[in-house]
Design a protein around this ligand. Structure first.
Ligand code: HEM
Length: 433
């Protein structure tokens, strides 16, 4: 690649870092982030085609992203959208929402002081103390997933059989969504988060124009809203102690949540709660299928499991970015940033920074001090991180108990997505214990 002569990224780089297909070509993308970190750690990304998207600053150094994540008063989640979008997408969201760049209003689109008031409503629910009471229920769901895997034939797709349905089922139980409605929830969240991938957006079409993708996402949001309006009425009439009952009956500053805020709350828990954990779960299985020695070791010594779970979350980095807006003129890593500038925290790049992680592309479950940024940091740090770890631990305990050996039966494929991404298929050959 050419030597950098200004703070503006070369056009081929600008094209790649916003291309959903580039995130399926993981190794190449990691190489691009390495180049940027060395030559342009705070890179100006300007649209390769005029007007395609607003310019933004792309960060690739771990320490810069840790700082930006933690300085929540200086780096805001408003007014620009927190998920990268094209100019057309932003205009569509504004029309859809009545003026906001955020298609949905949720915890990730609030800043202080509103953010903490909303976060507090469900925070205790997601703490280890409360989650301990859910372990048995989660284990039952994990066992059913392993049953499906073991009865799925000689070759099974781990993503479709286990990694996708298992966390979905857990989060839907937590929300209080009846089991028969889960396929609809899966389709809607995949359309929202996988809107850029032809296998996940249910269109079966490659290279959809951005406006069509936006329409698919907007359709999913509307469908979600209709579904949760009904659930709210039920949980108000009949609260059952689940998260949906908490949200339906919550008050902020003495008032019930308005429709947009309430829907956004359900949507973020429903959506953030499963595709993410699916991706890290599939990644952990890929790492183990590629390394039979490691599989045998952890089968014999379960104390190694926590390291495998944490490393797979770093190694896969399911949430690939979030955006921030500078509240004031400032600097990042010596680069001047103007008030109102849009900034991309790229967690994939942060978690592959060699100054923080030795040999970052290697899956190394024995990493000490694995302070990855996959869950973010600061005020918005993932609310569901204890749940994600718990789900993975329980599932792998069950898998390790009941499977003797596991090997790859074909090519593992990644999804096309700049936002939440990971494996969409993982063909395995499994020998039961
Ligand atoms: C926020 C990653 C699982 C619910 C976030 C953020 C990231 C993230 C990067 C933004 C952090 C920031 O801005 O600093 C992940 C990963 C997961 C996972 C990698 C799995 C491996 C879950 C689960 C749930 C969940 C299981 C809930 C059931 C949320 C919520 C927020 C959030 C509600 C917004 C928090 C706020 O803005 O205050 N997550 N997440 N996540 N996550 Fe997760």
């Amino acid at each position: 690649m050419a030597t950098a002569v200004s703070n503006i990224a070369p056009p081929e780089v600008a094209r790649e870092v916003i291309d959903p297909r580039a995130y399926a070509e993981w190794d190449h993308l990691l190489g691009t982030f390495d180049w940027l970190r060395e030559h342009l750690p705070v890179a100006r990304i300007e649209a390769a085609e005029p007007g395609l998207h607003p310019p933004f600053w792309l960060l690739t150094r771990y320490e810069d992203m840790m700082r930006v994540s933690k300085e929540n008063a200086l780096f805001l989640n408003n007014p620009h959208t927190v998920v990268f979008s094209t100019t057309d997408g932003i205009e569509f969201a504004k029309k859809f929402s009545g003026g906001s760049e955020h298609m949905v209003a949720s915890l990730v689109t609030f800043d202080a002081p509103t953010h903490m008031k909303y976060r507090k409503l469900t925070q205790d629910w997601f703490m280890p103390k409360n989650l301990r009471g859910l372990e048995d229920e989660i284990r039952t769901i994990a066992r059913a997933a392993v049953d499906r895997l073991l009865t799925g034939g000689e070759e099974v797709d781990f993503c479709k059989t286990v990694a996708a349905p298992y966390p979905l089922h857990v989060v839907m139980q937590i929300l209080g969504v009846p089991e028969e409605d889960e396929p609809r929830m899966l389709m809607l969240t995949q359309q929202m988060f996988g809107g850029q991938d032809e296998d996940l957006n249910q269109s079966g079409m490659k290279d959809l124009p951005p406006e069509v993708i936006t329409q698919i996402v907007a359709g999913a949001v509307k469908d979600f809203e209709a579904y949760f309006a009904k659930l709210t009425a039920e949980k108000r009439a009949n609260p059952t102690g689940d998260v949906a009952s908490t949200i339906a009956n919550a008050t902020v500053d003495g008032e019930a949540l308005n429709d947009r805020d309430m829907m956004g709350y359900y949507i973020i828990v429903a959506a953030a709660g499963h595709d993410t954990t699916s991706a890290s779960t599939a990644g952990a299985m890929l790492a183990l299928a590629q390394d039979p020695e490691q599989w045998a070791k952890v089968k014999a010594d379960r104390s190694l499991l926590a390291g495998i779970v944490e490393e797979s979350i770093r190694w896969t980095t399911p949430v690939q970015h979030f955006m921030r807006t500078a509240a004031e003129d400032t600097e990042i890593g010596g680069q001047k940033i103007a008030k109102g500038d849009w900034i991309m925290i790229n967690y994939v790049a942060a978690n592959h920074d060699p100054s923080q992680f030795d040999d970052p592309r290697r899956f190394d479950a024995s990493r000490e001090n694995n302070r990855h940024l996959a869950f973010g940091a600061g005020a918005h740090k993932c609310l569901g991180l204890h749940l994600a770890r718990l789900e993975m631990r329980i599932l792998f305990e069950e898998l390790l108990d009941r499977i003797d050996t596991v090997e790859l039966a074909g090519e593992a494929k990644r999804s096309n997505s700049t936002f939440v991404g990971g494996l969409k298929s993982l063909p395995l050959r499994i020998k039961a214990a």
